[in-house]
Design a protein around this ligand. Structure first.
Ligand code: PSV
Ligand code: MN
Length: 386
């Protein structure tokens, strides 16, 4: 197989998971702008996600957020997805929107609150059993705002204890993905602030505990691809929450703020053997001012473009230049791939998959946006936190 054919074959196997919450209304703490046609129910979110998969061919699963996507019958929800050609994916827990969590959840000083938080995580695993989801994604807003507010070490002990109870509950083939974030909502200490802390906990827990890298969760200037390389080398990269940022956790479309960074990340994924189903490629974004479904399609396409460029890196030429200490030559090999216009290649890939080569205009022509705006009238639109 030629390198180009191998790249095309790999691109056809790509899977990008879209988040249910990206289909709902969202905003900043200043204002949430409602949009016409936004889903009112988890089922309607799945209907929209199915459109993204229909036009891109590489978005077959949808991440749930509990309780935002709470339903009485998760088996029926899974069937609803399957009937529309998608599947339920990662279950995201939520231990950050209850009044009881003012001082934290599984790191809270009060054992009763910790119990409540762990019970919620165990409930998420019950849901995974029903939906057939592989991954439980854990992000904790836990932390402190003031020096001395709580004991940093004791909070780590409580975290370890809570995580280990959930880890023991995981079934065959299930995993726990531990997400880190350096600040917000806590402003002094965060209990899982960085990949090192997440990695240390995962290492103690066992192989089913993996680190998830949300690209918006680092201090400005952090070399994320280095983190990716190290986690892959240690066998602990469970997945990504993709989005992009100019300042902090902006949750803008992946590949919008810094496509070169996304390429560098995807190159380390390819280089480190991470382009496999063992690494979950998820979006975690909010579309506050732009139309949601086209923005999600655009985001999936941005991931595809970065991946295509990463797959096109001439790895033997790169290795040769690196061996020879040819600094400029090695850099040029990488930049050649980055500067390649891969859009024609991706159009071919889509045609070979039986898709329209231009997913965005195919979506526009489908009339779905007009249909949902006309039909989804009344009821309570879904929103971040609902
Ligand atoms: C936290 O900022 C986060 O990245 C986590 O993944 C949450 O589950 C998600 O955003 C949605 O709020
Ligand atoms: Mn995230």
């Amino acid at each position: 197989m030629t390198e180009l054919a191998a790249a095309k074959a790999a691109l056809k196997t790509q899977a990008v998971e879209t988040p249910s919450w990206a289909y709902g209304n969202s905003g900043t703490r200043f204002k949430v702008f409602a949009q016409a046609g936004v889903p009112r129910t988890p089922q309607e979110k799945l209907d929209d996600a199915a459109r993204v998969h229909e036009f891109t061919g590489v978005a077959p699963t949808v991440a749930l957020h509990i309780p935002w996507d709470r339903v009485d019958d998760y088996a029926a929800l899974a069937r609803h997805a399957e009937e529309r050609g998608v599947r339920l994916g990662t279950v995201n827990s939520n231990t950050f929107q209850d009044d009881d969590y003012r001082l934290g959840s599984i790191c809270h000083p009060d054992a009763a609150v910790r119990r409540k938080a762990v019970d919620h995580l165990l409930e998420c695993v019950d849901i995974m059993d029903t939906t057939g989801s592989r991954d439980l994604k854990l992000w904790f807003a836990d932390g402190t705002n003031y020096p001395g507010q709580d004991d940093i070490r004791a909070r780590q002990d409580r975290l370890a204890e809570g995580l280990s109870e959930v880890y023991e509950r995981l079934g065959e083939g299930q995993r726990m993905l531990l997400e880190y974030k350096f600040f917000e909502p806590a402003f002094y200490t965060t209990d899982v602030p960085d990949w090192g802390t997440a990695y240390a906990h995962c290492l103690r827990l066992g192989p089913k505990a993996q680190v998830v890298v949300d690209t918006g969760h680092h201090a400005p200037g952090t070399n994320i691809e280095f983190i990716v390389a190290v986690l892959l080398r240690e066998g602990r990269l469970g997945g990504f929450d993709f989005n992009s940022r100019f300042y902090a956790d902006d949750d803008l479309m992946v590949g919008a703020a810094d496509p070169f960074q996304l390429f560098r990340i995807m190159y380390e994924v390819v280089r480190g053997g991470g382009f496999t189903p063992d690494v979950a490629f998820m979006l975690d974004q909010c579309h506050n001012i732009e139309a949601k479904i086209p923005a999600i399609i655009r985001s999936v396409m941005n991931v595809q473009e970065a991946t295509a460029k990463a797959l096109l890196v001439d790895r033997s030429a790169l290795a040769e230049a690196q061996r020879a200490g040819d600094v400029l030559g090695a850099n040029a090999v990488l930049m050649d791939a980055y500067n390649t216009d891969v859009r024609p290649l991706l159009r071919e890939v889509r045609e070979e998959m039986g898709l329209d080569p231009d997913p965005l205009s195919a979506y526009r022509r489908s009339g779905w946006a007009e249909r949902i705006a006309a039909e989804r009238v009344g009821g309570q639109q879904a929103g971040w936190g609902a």
